[in-house]
Write a protein that binds this ligand. Structure first.
Ligand code: SF4
Length: 405
């Protein structure tokens, strides 16, 4: 894992590709695709004093200057992850309304720090509660290694796919066997690079991101498709409603309130409860609480929640869980505060930058329908196979030996 997922390995692949192209063997070179999450862009924007959109295009320029062929945003994958989470929750909650056995609360799965902890510490008890929807990183992996590979005429193994993420745990997620295709001999994500590693790469070259010439964010998704309408967010950095960790609780609650109870999102608000990392929203109808959602960040809140669940006293229908205090904007591999700065202030600054981005609704993305058509429709076997995953309780013996997952 350490070798596969290091910046040295990434640079080795980039360098090898360059040599192959220079030697006239371009057909043997890989197609290098880099997908960038929003949190690292904001982290590097703050570090180099840039506006988020400038940082995004300069990051694209930098990655292309060292060998990337295609640089992508991850809005489409984030949209699909939110929409699949929504479908999964509605299905679970409708079972409850029908009086069938419903596995609630549904716990989000996009944070590998949390999933790893759950698999190692709480075994098979907790796993059914965890959403089967893949994280945006892994949906992006499927889109790049299957959809994009198809439309560009490549085999999955001919594409080297790098993601830029806010934490090291995303490297662990990418290297799970669930996200490796035996038939294609290919990982959906070959290498994960963090904000911190990118900062190190830049500073080791005595480069400020501010000096780097910008380049467009590529948008290869509509090539050859019948979808003529272009995605309105194309090439721009956007935010989803809710937290800078993906906005799962806010999105799913708004849809559930509307679809299940015909109530608008004006009827509920996420409020801070026992600490700033635990927020709750309640929807009432005719004096009854009909939906109760929460956002739990940081291990203290996660442990409390799991204990309640074990005692059968967890009152929630849905919980967005993120291992880092303050969520992904404060991820463990985001750039540290500069001399004299405080982590708290930096996180608040990143939250402000996130708030300032153009708001984006997954349902307004025309490309989502294109992807569902390719998958045979929402809920089809192909959709489940490509946009969902499963979890595995780690053997007690491994836990006892403290083998890292
Ligand atoms: Fe990574 Fe932290 Fe976000 Fe979890 S909360 S995905 S560990 S940055």
């Amino acid at each position: 894992l350490i070798t596969q997922q290091s910046q040295d390995e990434m640079l080795r692949v980039f360098e090898n590709n360059k040599k192959l192209k220079e030697a006239g063997n371009a057909s043997e070179a890989k197609l290098i695709v880099v997908s960038i999450s929003v949190q690292p862009v904001l982290s590097l924007a703050a570090r180099f004093g840039l506006a988020p959109q400038d940082a995004f295009s300069k990051l694209s320029g930098y990655l292309k200057s060292i060998g990337a062929d295609i640089v992508l945003d991850m809005t489409l994958s984030e949209d699909l992850s939110l929409l699949e989470s929504e479908n999964e929750f509605l299905e679970r909650f409708r079972s409850k309304l029908d009086g069938s056995k419903a596995i609630l609360p549904m716990l989000t799965s996009s944070c590998p720090g949390w999933v790893c902890y759950a698999e190692k510490t709480h075994g098979s008890f907790i796993l059914p509660y965890i959403s089967s929807t893949k994280s945006p990183q892994q949906i992006q992996g499927t889109l790049v290694k299957q959809y994009l590979a198809n439309t560009k005429g490549y085999r999955a193994a001919q594409i080297y796919h790098v993601t830029v993420e806010p934490c090291y745990d995303k490297k662990l997620e990418a290297s799970r066997s669930d996200f490796f295709s035996q038939t294609e001999d290919s990982h959906d994500v070959d290498c994960v690079i963090t904000s911190l590693e990118l900062e190190q790469m830049l500073t080791s070259q005595n480069l400020s991101l501010a000096e780097v010439p910008p380049s467009d964010i590529d948008f290869p998704w509509l090539e050859g498709s019948s979808c003529v309408e272009q995605a309105p967010y194309r090439g721009t950095l956007v935010r989803h409603r809710g937290t800078g960790s993906g906005g799962y609780a806010d999105h799913v609650m708004a849809v559930a309130a509307q679809e299940l109870f015909q109530e608008s999102d004006a009827q509920f608000n996420f409020k801070v409860l026992r600490n700033s990392d635990f927020r709750e929203a309640i929807l009432e109808k005719d004096g009854q609480v009909v939906l109760r959602f929460a956002v739990a960040n940081g291990f203290r809140n996660i442990q409390n929640l799991v204990q309640k669940l074990k005692r059968g006293k967890c009152p929630y229908d849905f919980v967005e869980i993120m291992a880092c205090p303050s969520g992904c904007l404060n991820g463990g591999a985001q750039v540290r505060p500069q001399e004299g700065g405080l982590q708290k202030e930096l996180t608040a600054h990143l939250e402000n930058l996130y708030e300032g981005l153009a708001s984006h609704n997954p349902k307004s993305n025309p490309l989502v329908q294109e992807i569902y058509s390719w998958l045979g429709g929402a809920g089809s076997d192909k959709t489940v196979a490509n946009l969902h995953t499963s979890y595995h309780a780690v053997e007690k013996m491994n836990t006892a030996l403290n083998i890292k997952w």
